[in-house]
Design a protein around this ligand. Sequence first.
Ligand SMILES: [Zn+2]
Length: 176
Amino acid sequence: MPILLHDTSGHRPDRPLFQPFEPFLNVAMLNPFDDAHWMRQALNQALEARDAGEVPVGAVVVMGQTLLGKGHNLTERLHDVTAHAEMQAITAASNHLGSKYLTEATLFVTLEPCVMCAGALYWSQIGRVVWGAHDPKRGFSRHGPLLHPKTVIEGGFMAQESADLLQAFFRARRRR
Ligand SMILES: [Zn+2]
């Protein structure tokens, strides 16, 4: 809505005296909580995993501008092959919402989910899944449509950052 000021100079009162400058309005409407913002949060989770000696994969579950859950790979610390980043983030988000369904939420994860995590995402009926690096070996996507039919998917988003992190981690591990 344009701002209507008092008319003191013969302007028609139904016309705004002050017309906001268009580019200024566009800047004001930029969303600081865009996909890149949330993928950076997932990358921060991946860094936490790396620093703990875990394979660096991180995830967040988000609804609108609200972080519902976050997590990173914990398979080493928990001695649990199911402790993938997505599983941590899904569980945290469901606890946060008090609901097993995440139909309005988006999962951001730095690596393409595996078949196990795709199964969990299917059961959660999550609204959207965005992942960073593709995983040609263990990724779910080459196994057909494993996610819920209503789930919107986007792969390869900010893929380079995630891939660089994984490659550096495995390079360092081979050197040891
Ligand atoms: Zn997984």
